[in-house]
Structure formats: C-alpha cells, structure tokens
Design a protein around this ligand. Structure first.
Ligand code: NAG
Ligand code: NAG
Ligand code: NAG
Length: 159
C-alpha cells in the first residue's frame, strides 16, 4: 500500500513538474535548453520527433518571420523562441498571437506558449525582429514540443 501511494505521489509530482504544464511554459524556462525543469525525464531523440515541418521565412517588407510547425501527432503544449544563431536566449517578439496562446515575457525577448492543453497538429506564428538586430543576422527558432508528459522534443527550425 505504501509503495502504491509512493508511485501515485511521484507520478503526480512528475506530472506537475513537466510542462505538459496546463498553462504553458514558465519564465524560468526562458534561457538555455528551454526544457521543463526536472531531472527524471529527458527529451526524446530528435529522430523520433513527430514534427514533420518546422520552418521559417523572412518577410523583408515588414521585418517579420513567418514560422510554420506541423506534426503527425497532436501535441498538447509548445514553447517557441527566436534566437540568434548559437545564442541561449530569446530576442524579438511574437505578434498576431494565435488563439489559445500567450507570450512569455522573457528578459531579452518573447517566447510563446499554449494557454491550456491542446490537440494541435499545426501552428503558424509571426515573429518581429528587435530594432537592434541587423537584417543580415541569422535567426533560428527553438521549440519544445510536448505530446504528453513523457514524450517531448527539443527542436530547432530549418531554414
Ligand atoms: C514551410 O515549408 C512549406 C513547404 O515545405 C511551405 O509551403 C511553407 O510556406 C513554409 N513556411 C514557412 C513559414 O517558411
Ligand atoms: C508581413 O509580410 C508578409 C509577406 O508579405 C505577410 O504575409 C504578413 O502578413 C505581413 N505581416 C504583418 C504583420 O504585416
Ligand atoms: C551585417 O551587416 C553589418 C553592417 O550592417 C556588418 O558590419 C556585418 O559584418 C554583416 N554581417 C554579416 C554576417 O554579413
């Protein structure tokens, strides 16, 4: 009985620690790997990712990037940021926020995440570069995609 309770308790703790988090990624995931902060479960290898598209295109006329994500399995949660190549924090901001998403106000720029668990199979985002960024700098988008609490992936966009 005691061990059964222990299993229940640790499953419960694990569930709330991971951000299949009902209301999206927390600010403390702003920098670095963007992974949920916990030590038991690692992201799945990118070779098993259900994401079939994660691409971004630059719109020179309004200095935005259109970001497109497609998955062959529905995902419950996501956290996306735009970063300069090889940097560990977000810059810029997301505009035209899709329904059921909100901005995560990180110190250096915005991330974007889900409001509540969803069943998304695709997502289109619009990102606007900061004034300080030169138009010839390369931006890469990073995403943590949560299918369910044991299955999540950390991915980077392909240009
Ligand atoms: C992503 O790639 C698909 C083709 O594979 C293309 O139709 C779409 O416009 C691209 N989207 C962006 C935002 O780059
Ligand atoms: C920016 O330009 C692109 C391409 O011309 C367009 O699809 C998009 O709607 C524009 N976005 C904004 C916020 O003006
Ligand atoms: C980008 O443009 C700036 C000037 O605006 C220049 O100093 C820099 O070398 C350029 N960088 C690349 C990678 O082309």
């Amino acid at each position: 009985m005691a061990s059964f309770l222990l299993i229940c308790l640790s499953t419960f703790l694990l569930t709330i620690q991971i951000y299949g988090l009902p209301n999206g990624a927390p600010k403390k995931a702003c920098e670095g790997s963007m992974l949920p902060h916990h030590h038991k479960i690692q992201p799945q290898p990118s070779t098993t990712s259900p994401i079939t598209k994660f691409n971004a295109t630059w719109n020179a006329d309004n200095e935005t990037m259109s970001v497109h994500i497609e998955s062959k399995k529905p995902f419950q949660g996501i956290f996306v940021q735009g970063r300069k190549m090889n940097e560990d924090k977000p810059i810029g901001k997301f505009i035209d926020i899709p329904s059921k998403m909100h901005v995560v106000d990180c110190p250096t720029g915005d991330g974007i995440t889900h409001d509540s668990p969803q069943e998304w199979t695709k997502l289109d985002l619009t990102w606007k570069k900061p004034e300080s960024m030169k138009t010839n700098e390369t931006i890469q988008f990073w995403a943590t995609v949560v299918v369910d609490f044991k299955n999540f992936w950390a991915l980077k966009s392909i240009e």
